[in-house]
Design a protein around this ligand. Structure first.
Ligand SMILES: CC(C)(COP(=O)(O)OP(=O)(O)OC[C@H]1O[C@@H](n2cnc3c(N)ncnc32)[C@H](O)[C@@H]1OP(=O)(O)O)[C@@H](O)C(=O)NCCC(=O)NCCS
Length: 166
């Protein structure tokens, strides 16, 4: 896996502790997301997410990355390789900067990622959105993600699990 191939248009690099303030600025302007997926972001929740792993996964399969247009952070993604099975990749979180939304950039990032993952012989990509979040649901449907039929409940919301065949 080489994250420099994730995007044709943007520089992709792993995010570190020093990037938390920039990530917070990007996330905190996406209020709708946190209405459906509370609690609201904090610098500590970003640090926790940078280390969070699904069950039975190791840190070597986790890529918490930023997409840069020149020096500007325009998107953040939490990507897990080979989850829940060897041929599937998992997006734990994806967010674009509010200032560049609704211009097709999020979709082009997902398209480039899918092309790369198909090249390295993965067969699908999976993720979840909070049931009822109109922005997330519209975006993932538009990008050819289909509900798997799996949902799970947390204390505050229901997650709809969806998948795109590569
Ligand atoms: C979802 C998100 C990544 C899309 O990024 P983007 O760069 O705007 O993506 P695009 O421009 O390719 O597509 C946006 C689509 O969402 C639609 N959209 C935007 N706000 C919407 C809303 N409140 N309700 C319904 N659809 C909405 C746009 O109309 C557009 O669809 P269209 O091309 O059919 O008109 C971005 O809005 C975001 O970061 N949201 C907050 C985080 C989030 O919800 N992440 C995904 C869930 S894990």
């Amino acid at each position: 896996m080489d994250i420099s191939f994730f995007s044709n248009d943007y520089t992709v690099r792993r995010m570190e502790k020093a990037d938390v303030a920039d990530i917070y600025l990007l996330c905190s302007k996406n209020g709708l997301y946190y209405q459906y997926c509370p609690p609201f972001v904090t610098e500590q929740s970003i640090l926790d997410d940078m280390k969070a792993l699904p069950p039975n996964k190791e840190i070597c399969d986790k890529y918490y990355v930023g997409y840069y247009k020149e020096e500007e952070l325009i998107a953040v993604m939490d990507f897990i390789m080979a989850y829940p099975d060897e041929k599937t990749a998992f997006i734990g979180f994806f967010m674009t900067a509010a200032s560049i939304q609704n211009a097709g950039i999020g979709s082009s990032i997902i398209d480039d990622l899918c092309r790369y993952l198909a090249d390295i012989r993965l067969s699908s990509i999976r993720l979840g959105w909070v049931k009822g979040n109109p922005q997330a649901e519209h975006f993932w449907h538009k990008n050819n993600f289909k509900e798997t039929g799996i949902t799970y409940d947390t204390d505050n919301y229901t997650v709809v699990v969806a998948q795109r065949v590569l």
